[in-house]
Design a protein around this ligand. Sequence first.
Ligand code: ADP
Ligand code: ASP
Ligand code: MG
Length: 412
Amino acid sequence: MPVLVMKFGGTSVATPDRIKRAAKRVGVEVSKGYDVIVIVSAMSGETNKLVGYVNETAPLFDAREYDAVVSSGENVTAGLMALTLQNMDVPARSWQGWQVPVKTTSAHSAARIEDIPPDNIRKKFEEGMKVAIVAGFQGISAEGRITTLGRGGSDTTAVAFAAAFGAERCDIYTDVDGVYTTDPRICDKARKLDKIAFEEMLELASLGAKVLQTRSVELAMRYKVKLRVVSSFEEQSDDAGTLVCDEEDIMESNVVAGVAYSRDETKMTLMSVADRPGIAAAIFMPLSEAGVNVDMIVQNISEDGRTDMTFSCPVDQVKRAEKAMADAKARGDVNFHDLVADTGVAKVSVVGIGMRSHTGVAAKMFQVLSNEGINIKVITTSEIKISVLIDRKYMELAVQALHDAFELEKAA
Ligand code: ADP
Ligand code: ASP
Ligand code: MG
């Protein structure tokens, strides 16, 4: 039997009623002759609630226990989905990550899937089971501890199963009907894309477009998984939604494919650091070891042998970053006068493979922001993206102005 992977996000399984609706979609695919692997997220809001409990209990938590807590939301929906399908007389059962097993690295709260032996589930399919429901977002480490794959990780579970089972397609059911030129929730001119290139989707995702987790796009690209984003609230045809595909499969595209944002960023500045060989390593090694995801980095020109070092990281990692730097200072590894955290910033980025062959995109972006009176605090660029850090209160305005200026509401 051909295998299909269907992933349902938090809003798509938010209530028993919505689970019923999702189960009906699954039933349709079963009736077409597929063996279906369903990956479920926790009910919407549930993971946030669990993360909140952990932070309330221990702000500098042991990541192994964080995973034990936050992985639990998916267990509930997996069981409920199995029960719902059984009510419909569809042979189905649930699997938690460790039962499959979904083998991951030991990088708790940001683990990577290393292997998914398909034998256990395949055997059940051979015995007549039609649907395997797997709790997304979670796995098990070599040490036998429960791990999670980072926020939004059920997308990655889905793609990894599609790769492991050679699935015909991996459908990501969510609360929007595809990938848009920007988040349709903050820009009403956002346009749905029928197709988007892997590389562009990868950048958009890593720059904050949470419609797909970055790692899921990476895996789909590597293992040639046919990846589609579709709405769980509308009737579906086989070509609905957005297909994430190779660049060659897209006939026409705009220079800028989309605008992404990441709301909860912090700009951290180490004031007056001794400028000497090895200083960057002395700062960023302990940050990395403390699990701080440093994004942008700017080192100022030094004066009298001292410089300021600025970096950005997510708001919820500020405490960790501060502790790592205070410890490094106490050890005598880094010498700085002050660490200033500006927690009121957001990152806005434009992405497009067309930038490889078109100049002037950055200049235009800066002009647009200048016209809106928005100050740029930090800039970074790569071959196919430009990102800026700005005050959070201007984030929506910046996204909308850039969407207008690059005429993203119009197809190429
Ligand atoms: P799920 O719970 O189904 O995994 P997510 O909330 O993780 O859903 O992702 C879907 C959300 O991603 C949408 O509701 C939308 O607000 C947001 N989003 C951000 N950027 C985009 C984009 N470019 N296209 C579509 N949705 C986007
Ligand atoms: N429930 C997890 C989260 O909210 C995983 C997911 O939904 O993909 O991040
Ligand atoms: Mg998601």
